[in-house]
Each structure stands twice: as C-alpha cells, then as structure tokens.
Design a protein around this ligand. Structure first.
Ligand code: PLP
Length: 626
C-alpha cells in the first residue's frame, strides 16, 4: 500500500511534507499561505514556477550559494556579498514536522537573506517533469551532490518544512522522530549524546514502526484477511503499534502479556479495543504457561488468526533498516560515531545498526542489556529483572549478534535512576529501557570523549511507569532510593511518644499470675491493645523477664467464648513475647516488623525493657513529623 502522502526520493528519502520555496520568487501572500499550511499542490506550483524562472539565468557563472540549514544560515550568515566558497548542504530541520511558529520565526530572517542574495547567479535544474518530482529532485540534489560534481546545475533555494494540512491516517505520523541533545546528564569531557525520542510517535513507542510493517506484510502475503485476528505476545508497546494499525484496518487483536507489566499498559491495550491475556512471567519460555506458548496456542486455535511474532519476523528489523537507520543517518549528516540501543527482540539494534554500518563501517554499535538478561549474563547466570521491554531469556531470531560490537550491562537501579534524572534534569519523561540505553550511552560517551557523537534511542515514555519507578515508595521499597533525611532511631520515636503522653507510664506490663480481667482493666485504662507479660511484676531488669504477651484481639475471642476466662491467670491466656528491638536501632528495622502481623515491639536499652512501640505510635510519629 502506498501510505498517504509518501513519495520516496531517489535516495529512498520521503518527501511527505517537505516544501521547497525559493524565497526570491515566492510572494508575501504565498509565504503567508505556506505558514498557514496550504496544500502541497499549491506549493509545488510555486516550485515549478520557480524552476521555470530559473531557466532564464545564465548557467556559466559558478559562483553560487547553496542553501544551508535554516539555523546555521541565520546564525552564521557571512557579510554581504557572501556568495563564494564551499557550501554546506541543506539538511532538513531537526524536527521533521516543523510548525507554523517556526516558519513565522524564520521567514523574516530568510527575507533578509533574500535581499542580500539579489546578485547571486543561479543555474538551471533539468530533467524534472511533475511538480512533486521537481521537489524530489531539489531535495535529492542538495544532499547527494556537491557544487563541484553538479557543475552548472546549481541554484539558489531554501528548504523549509511545515506542518502538513492533514494526514491520511495516524499511520502516516509514525516515525520521523526528533533527536534531542542531552544537556545536563552527560558529564563534561564526554562525547555529545543525542537521544532519538521514539515516544513522540503516535502510539508512544518505537514499536509503532513495526506494527504497521508487520500487518501490511501479512496482508501482502495473504496471511491476514479482512476481519482477521492478530495474536501477539507483547510487553505492551508492540501491542499498541499493532492495535493502531488494526483499528484503522478493522482487525481484532488479542495480546498476551507477562504478569510483571504495569496495569497502565494493560488498560492502554484494552482502550484500543484489544483483548489482553495475562500469563506468569517467572516461567521458562518453553513452559505451556509462558506468554510465548499461550500466544502460539491461541493463534492455532482461533480461525483467521495470525501471529506476526516480533521475535522471529524479519519485518521487525527490516522496519528499522528502512526507517530508523536512514533517519539517524540523515539527521546526523553521517557524523555519528556510536549507536547505543537497549536490546529486546533485537529488531531495533539489528535493523538500525545494519543500515548505519552499511553507510559507515567504522561505526560502533553498542547493546545495552539489563543485568540478568541472556545477552550479557549468558544462559548460566540469567535472573529476573524489573526493567520492562528489554533483555531476553532466549536468543530471538530477529537479533543479529554480529551487528553488536560492545555490550554494556545495566542494573535495574541504574536504569530507573537514569530515567528519573532524564525527567528532572533534561525534561524528558522516558521509560525504564530508555534509562538503560541512556546509562549505557553515557558510559560510551565517557569512553569516546569530546568531539565524538553518540546516538541513543528512547523506546517509550515514562507515563506507563508513574506508579512504578517514578513513584518514590516503589523505589524506597526496592532500596533504589535513599530517604532524603536519615532514618530516626527507635529511641527518638519513643521519646516523641513520651512527650505527647506524659501521664502514661513508659512501660505498662502485667504479671503472669494476675487475672485476665485485671489485664483488660489495664488495657482499658491506658487505651492500649497489648501488654507484655512479666515473670513476677516486680523488677524488670532484662528482656528475659518478659515471658509472654496479651493482645486485646485474642482476649476478646477467649472471653466471648467463655466468660469464666476473666478469672483465669494471665499465664493461661498469654501468647509468645512481643519482638524486641534495641533503642539505638534505626526505624527501618522496626518498619518491617510493624508492617507485618505484629502490631507492637518491646524497646530495650542495654537489654533492659524501657517501653513499647506500636503501629499506631509509628504512624502518629510519621504523621506528626511531616
Ligand atoms: C519499552 C521497550 N523498550 C525497548 C524495547 C526493545 O526493542 P527491540 O525489541 O527492538 O529490541 C522494547 C521492545 O518491546 C520495549 O517495549
């Protein structure tokens, strides 16, 4: 299928929205029309008129100024008359779909250049027939020819990109993602790091690129017929890429996901109308319960079902060979030294790396791998990890290991902390695998040093992970984040409790030979729910004197079933002693005890009990402290 608006140039470049305007020939109202996003035809006519007009100029004078990128021209325009010397080729502006504001900002500058350019000699463009072909010719001319090799066919023009008036479908918006330079997170002296922001794509991830590719390939091969069902094991993003294409083309989708995936990802796929089947993550890939096996079974059993299978389908790396690689090559003007990509199915690194290495064999391709994944741990040392979407427990057919020159292993903690830093320091809210990639890219940038260019790729956004590694509690529980303030000691909490309740004794106990009724009176008087039971009620010098405990919950049960229990000895009703903790310990130590079944601990100093700390005391302390 010809995707709406695509017209590939001789270099395989896609024109889509690019419009060429010769400033000297385009009237003010036309420029305004351009800024408002007039149709391609209108602009193509302008270009055709321009080229016809250019034919009248003498071709012999080889003085010329070739277009430069808008920003470089505006910033570095030499003084009048400037039209000598080596020219920089025009490259499309960094954002492939520059918007009106850009045009408004740039046009006045361009007009000034036009005025100074009035003496320029211009040449003739030959061989073009259709206006859009003319445009293609102009675009391919500027990147594929130097003034020297093109001789007389040089001309003056400027390339501007604008927002298209409309796209046929959302599928036309897939890819063409920008490169953002990382400013603060890369240390001084390291290479420049550019991040390709795949989350800008309409489905929010790099996998949009393969969704449309795999579906259209299956249609061509007759594997997917109208009304068919797409079944795919996916960590979410491929599902979205497929679901978007399926929504437009009318296919039903069933996605099979491992249970470690965030709830947001599951809800997202359901929002596109897909069915989601959840399978256990912690089973071997060949287990019948694994999400790979379950998806195989569903694809076999459902009539008209097709499993694109991103793990074996060569359309996966091909999509990146055809789009991601050429985009990076064009965006960096071939000046890339290292490509760093986090590896899942291997489709992105294989396709992108293969294309770029064909252009530049000395390019270093670096795979970023979560610690525990097969690529760097090997089969012997694999273990589960938390980063989603990258790493594997088997070698997918879509991964070509010969493309990768180096590996960097990245821990979950480093992936998550790097992603969080990207949001806070670079304003880029990225997913965990983006954190894996950026962490590795920074390592590579440090190795390569200043003057080199590292490109990395951000597979998805941080939005699906807000309740995961962007949540401080999640990070604290994993031990990936330190508390800002040092944890207080148990003694501090006990002292705070004493100052809040000065009339209540430090330690309330009951002796084992007293009656259950006395214990209940005591609990009632001081509004407490548990009592340490001591040997004889007199001196309490050591933890060894605490021989048991009473809980109001157990007493209620006992007295409810047998009212005579009120007259029993405490010894008959008591439970094992409460856990003990030293007053010097940090609160973290008590936290795990009190967040479990135990709701109180005995605090001791030098082995001597000095108080009781309950779950409520801890809660009150934390609430009061904030
Ligand atoms: C979030 C995320 N990052 C990275 C990747 C890895 O890309 P690839 O499978 O092309 O290696 C995936 C793949 O599913 C992903 O979902």
């Amino acid at each position: 299928m010809q995707r709406g608006g695509d017209r590939s140039g001789p270099n395989g470049k896609c024109l889509r929205d690019r419009r060429l305007v010769e400033i000297g020939e385009v009237a003010k109202e036309d420029r305004e029309a351009l800024a408002l996003g007039q149709t391609c035809d209108r602009l193509a006519k302008d270009a055709a008129a321009l080229v016809a007009g250019l034919g009248g100029h003498g071709p012999s004078d080889r003085r010329h100024r070739r277009g430069a990128s808008i920003s470089s021209r505006v910033d570095h325009d030499p003084p009048d008359p400037p039209f000598e010397g080596p020219a920089r080729p025009v490259r499309p502006a960094a954002a492939d779909r520059a918007d009106e504001r850009l045009l408004h900002r740039v046009l006045p500058e361009v007009a000034a250049v036009r005025d100074r350019a009035r003496d320029a000699q211009v040449g003739r463009v030959s061989g073009a027939v259709h206006p859009l072909d003319l445009l293609e010719h102009l675009v391919s001319f500027e990147t594929s020819h130097t003034p020297e090799d093109h001789g007389e066919e040089s001309f003056v023009y400027y390339a501007l990109e604008t927002m298209a008036r409309e796209y046929q479908t959302v599928l036309d918006l897939v890819g063409h993602t920008p490169l953002a330079r990382l400013q603060r997170i890369v240390p001084a002296g390291a290479a420049t790091v550019l991040a390709k922001l795949e989350y800008i794509s309409p489905g929010g991830s790099v996998k949009d690129r393969i969704g449309i590719k795999l579906i259209e390939q299956a249609e061509r091969e007759g594997k997917l017929k109208p009304g068919g069902t797409i079944v795919e094991p996916t960590s979410g993003n491929t599902g979205v890429g497929l679901a978007i294409a399926a929504a437009i083309k009318g296919y039903h989708c069933i996605f099979v996901m491992p249970d470690k995936m965030s709830q947001e990802k599951i809800s997202l796929l359901r929002a596109y109308g897909a069915e989601v089947v959840i399978c256990p993550y912690a089973v071997a890939a060949e287990s019948p319960e694994s999400y790979y096996s379950v998806s195989d079974r569903l694809a076999e059993e459902i009539p008209g079902a097709y499993k694109p299978d991103q793990y074996t389908n060569q359309g996966n790396p091909d999509a990146h060979y055809e789009t991601t690689g050429p985009e990076i090559w064009e965006q960096t003007n071939g000046e890339i030294d290292a490509l760093v990509i986090a590896v899942g199915t291997g489709g992105t690194i294989t396709g992108t790396g293969r294309y770029l290495k064909e252009q530049k064999p000395e390019l270093i391709v670096v795979g970023a791998d979560p610690e525990g994944s097969i690529y760097t741990a090997g089969e012997q040392h694999m273990h589960p990890y938390l980063v989603e979407g990258v790493g594997e427990d088997f070698y997918p057919e879509t991964f070509d290991k010969d493309i990768v020159d180096q590996w960097v292993t990245v821990t979950d903690k480093d992936s998550f902390l790097t992603a969080r830093r990207m949001a806070r320091e670079e304003g880029l809210l990225i997913g965990g695998s983006g954190g894996t990639a950026v962490h590795a890219a920074i390592e590579v940038a440090k190795q390569l040093g200043e003057g080199k260019l590292v490109v990395t790729l951000i597979p998805d956004s941080g939005r699906p992970y807000l309740s995961k590694f962007y949540d401080d509690n999640y990070m604290l529980e994993l031990g990936f984040l330190e508390r800002d303030e040092p944890s207080p000691s148990v003694a501090e909490v006990l002292n705070a409790k004493k100052s809040e309740e000065p009339d209540i004794p430090d330690l309330i106990t009951i002796s084992s030979h007293q009656k259950v009724g006395d214990a209940i009176d005591l609990m009632q008087r001081y509004s407490i729910s548990q009592l340490p039971v001591v040997r004889d009620g007199e001196g309490l010098d050591s933890l060894a004197d605490v021989i048991g405990s009473l809980q109001d919950r157990d007493l209620l049960d006992r007295v409810f079933k047998n009212p005579d229990a009120l007259h029993e000895n405490v010894a008959a009703a008591m439970q094992p002693p409460l856990a003990a903790i030293d007053a010097d310990e940090k609160l973290d130590e008590v936290f795990s005890t009190l967040s479990g079944r135990q709701n109180a601990v005995v605090v001791a100093e030098g082995g001597k009990p000095i108080g009781v700390l309950t779950r409520t005391d801890l809660l009150e302390y934390l609430a009061h402290r904030r």
